[in-house]
Design a protein around this ligand. Structure first.
Ligand code: KG4
Ligand code: ZN
Length: 337
């Protein structure tokens, strides 16, 4: 079964061709990073406009690179939730027209589930496993019982982890996207130059929840308060100290979740799963089998959409042509009956 996967939920216009759920024949990612860099963040209106301009050629490139023709496509899948509404609508409407012209099934896919599924394309793992979704919009620790069955254990009570990377980077002018810039700077910094407040949450809050607004405020507004004056107040040291604390906050909750659930398998996903320190610390969890997506499958991509779509399609599940996009959806309920 050859599935086309379309992803336009944010600033990547991505289209992939995946055969039988696991064989990625192509995964084209046209990123809009350059166009959003002057604003140091994604401008929703600009994102939608660029998706509209680019989508046809990204689809053509993906099909050509896969070495197939349009007639070989058995189904069209598309991210339809959650994300920037205008951006999602470009992908959804294109997918509807395309599936209709080819007379093949159409299926709308949840972006969050797809991130959590991405590693499974390359390294399938037995269910259940602990799922860790870390991206610009979400931070979720969950028990994944099946591709359509997630039990949320914890989430962020304020900023997403990637958002904290992006805001700190924007404040200090480290570069865009923030996570990539901080990861790079941190390689040359001292992670103990600033001792930022770590993972404490107020009593009574959920044991697996995380919070990033305190860390963000400390780094942006109270830098001197946490500075160990023996070290230099350099971008490298700020980045390394922030990154160390951001990862520490998450790892503490992950360790507790693994201990309490007795799970010995973990799969990470989302843009921040590309972070070198997080990958290193997850990999060194003792007695835990850890799966990460390769770098190209961490950030937004069409392959994870087509890969997950295959699982639904195999069960006979598809969407009808009333499919629409939704900026926010509770992704953690079963998405299909
Ligand atoms: O999954 P993604 O592409 O889009 C969303 O669904 O949000 O994630 C984007 C996020 C951004 O916040 C970006 O700064 C972050 O992933 N990111 C990283 C790294 N690469 C991307 N954060 C930390 N370290 C990285 N190496
Ligand atoms: Zn994403």
């Amino acid at each position: 079964m050859i599935v086309l996967g379309i992803e336009t939920s944010c600033d990547e216009c991505s289209v992939a061709v995946v055969r039988d759920g696991f064989d990625i024949l192509s995964n084209e990612i046209a990123t809009q990073i350059k166009q959003h860099t002057p604003y140091q963040g994604v401008v929703p209106e600009l994102a939608s406009r660029l998706h509209t301009e680019w989508i046809s050629s990204v689809v053509s490139n993906a099909v050509e690179k896969a070495g197939i023709s349009f007639d070989d496509i058995d189904a069209v899948s598309v991210t339809n939730r959650p994300g920037l509404l205008g951006a999602l609508l470009v992908g959804v409407n294109f997918a509807k027209g395309f599936a209709s012209a080819l007379n093949v099934p159409l299926i709308g896919i949840d972006h969050i589930r797809a991130h959590l599924y991405a590693s499974q394309i390359e390294k399938p793992m037995e269910y259940p496993y602990l799922g860790v979704l870390v991206s610009g919009g979400h931070t979720v620790i969950c028990k994944v019982n099946g591709f359509d069955d997630l039990e949320v254990l914890g989430t962020t009570i304020d900023d997403a982890i990637g958002e904290a990377f992006d805001k700190v980077s924007k404040h200090y002018g480290f570069g865009y996207p923030g996570g990539v810039a901080i990861d790079r700077l941190a390689q040359k910094g001292n992670p103990n130059a600033f001792l930022f407040p770590g993972p404490s949450l107020h009593k009574g809050e959920h044991p697996y929840d995380v919070s990033y607004s305190g860390l963000k405020t400390a780094v942006i507004n109270q830098l001197d308060q946490f500075w160990d004056k023996k070290s230099e107040k350099s971008p490298e040291n700020i980045a390394a100290s922030f990154q160390r604390t951001a990862v520490h906050i998450l790892m503490k909750r992950i360790r507790k979740a693994l201990e309490d659930t007795q799970l010995n398998r973990l799969a990470a996903g989302g843009g921040v799963a590309a972070n070198s320190l997080l990958r290193e610390q997850l990999s060194s969890l003792e007695g835990v089998d850890v799966a990460f997506p390769s770098m190209k499958l961490c950030t937004d991509n069409g392959a994870m959409i087509a890969g997950l779509a295959y699982r639904y399609l195999k069960e006979g599940v598809s969407s009808d042509f009333h499919l629409t996009a939704s900026a926010r959806v509770n992704a953690f309920k079963h998405s299909y009956p």
